[in-house]
Design a protein. Structure first.
Length: 141
């Protein structure tokens, strides 16, 4: 959850939002009953120069870096993804895999993070899982 909050803040220019499970309540027939407004929880002081650097670097991870193989044949031109692979060592066990991201990178709507305990590297395990999530998101009307 912390990684998703941080990557969402990078994506939106620095605002930290309180995580929430739902955006609204609906009646059984699908009519909206009550919406839930998001609540800002703070601001990360990032200069425009730093934000531009982060956006560029995180997009580069997907187009030219460690997540390139996971996003091969993904339509990055029309649905750009920004993210970072990670691998955490655990003494006596296989490494923990993670990939944190946001998309579409040019107009972010989603922050997606996958962490797999003893899953190997972020590039091999978590990045492909995130790619599958974005495949599903893109296929929704």
């Amino acid at each position: 959850m912390q990684l998703a909050s941080v990557y969402a803040a990078i994506a939106n220019g620095g605002t930290l939002w309180t995580p929430q499970v739902a955006a609204a309540f609906a009646s059984p027939d699908g009519k909206p009953v009550r919406s839930i407004s998001p609540k800002a929880n703070g601001k990360v002081a990032l200069s425009p120069t730093m934000l531009a650097f982060l956006h560029s670097a995180l997009r580069g991870v997907v187009t030219d870096g460690t997540a390139k193989a996971a996003f091969a044949s993904f339509p990055l031109a029309s649905y750009p993804v920004a993210g970072k692979t990670g691998t955490a060592e655990v003494f006596g066990k296989q490494t923990t895999s993670w990939f944190a991201s946001y998309a579409p990178a040019n107009r972010p709507r989603y922050a997606v993070v996958v962490v797999v305990s003893q899953g190997g590297t972020g590039a091999e395990t978590s990045a492909p899982a995130v790619r599958q999530i974005y495949d599903a998101i893109r296929s929704q009307p």
